[in-house]
Design a binder for this molecule. Structure first.
Ligand SMILES: Nc1ncnc2c1ncn2[C@@H]1O[C@H](COP(=O)(O)OP(=O)(O)OP(=O)(O)O)[C@@H](O)[C@H]1O
Ligand SMILES: [Mg+2]
Length: 255
């Protein structure tokens, strides 16, 4: 048995379907998301990438017209039977546009831990430092922790949002095009960070950037019109895709 087969699945999705009213946005999705790897979700606009990752932390349920069928297990348990709050503690999310709170850098990071009842200043200080270090931002902000987060650059704000996600010690980090609003240097920093983070976290990242998917992911899922056309080791998929549609998309024939 090789190493791949030994990997645990953090999510196990079976025959999952999702409708927004009449729109059938996810069709018979079955996928095993491996632990402590980076899975990239690629595919053209409107194919269901954001919908898919928002189902994983049950955020999609906020849309009133949503109906679903099929199952999503997180660490062996049906997510519908898990408390949303505890699921969201274990599954952090980072969005396309950095969305810090209008608070200090320190309070952005301490927010989640405080909600979980941590009040002790020393403990919070430690969480803030550890999270900022984890997001490769500490050196840049350690002397201005009490300044408003909006004073940071876009790339710094995005790393702050990653630090904020890390502060509650999640297992999984979902990222929806986390670098699409960033300049190339900030993008490179976030990509390096993702590479570091996968030692400790399972990461699922939506990206429109095929080179980025190739650089940072272990596995890639190609979505098209609500279906998963292909899911495989990134290297394999880029060098030798099974499906012609994957090949056409990767080689830029549509998208
Ligand atoms: N809140 C919503 N209400 C109704 N339909 C929606 C909603 N959100 C998404 N959809 C529809 O579901 C489908 C999938 O959308 P989704 O946002 O998941 O695509 P995407 O792959 O993330 O696209 P993009 O690359 O543009 O971000 C689309 O047809 C979209 O119009
Ligand atoms: Mg999207």
């Amino acid at each position: 048995m090789n190493k791949e087969e030994n990997k645990q699945s953090v999510y196990s999705v079976k025959d999952f379907n999702l409708w927004y009213g009449e729109t059938h946005a996810l069709k018979d999705i079955s996928i095993e998301i491996p632990e402590k790897e980076v899975v990239a979700i690629i595919g053209p606009s409107g194919c269901g990438k954001s919908t898919f990752i928002k189902t994983l932390n049950r955020m999609v349920e906020l849309v009133p017209s949503v109906k679903t069928k099929g199952s999503i297990n997180y660490e062996g348990k049906d997510i519908k039977k898990t408390k949303v709050e505890s699921l969201r503690t274990e599954v952090g999310m980072v969005f396309q546009k950095p969305n810090p709170f209008p608070k200090s850098i320190y309070d952005n990071i301490a927010y989640g831990p405080r909600i979980h009842g941590i009040k002790d200043k020393k403990t919070l200080d430690e969480v803030v430092e550890k999270s900022l270090k984890g997001a490769a931002l500490w050196e840049e902000v350690k002397d201005r922790l009490n300044e408003n987060a909006f004073g940071l650059s876009g790339g710094q704000q995005q790393r702050l949002c990653i630090a904020r996600a890390l502060a509650v010690e999640p297992e999984v980090i979902l990222m929806d095009e986390p670098t699409s609003a960033l300049d190339p240097l900030s993008t490179a920093k976030v990509e390096d960070l993702i590479h570091e983070l996968k030692k400790n976290y399972s990461i699922i990242i939506v990206t429109h950037n095929m080179q980025q998917a190739a650089r940072i992911s272990d596995k890639t899922a190609f979505f098209l019109d609500g279906e998963i056309i292909e899911f495989d080791a990134t290297e394999k998929m880029y060098s030798n895709p099974r499906d012609k549609r994957t090949d056409d998309y990767i080689s830029g024939k549509f998208g």
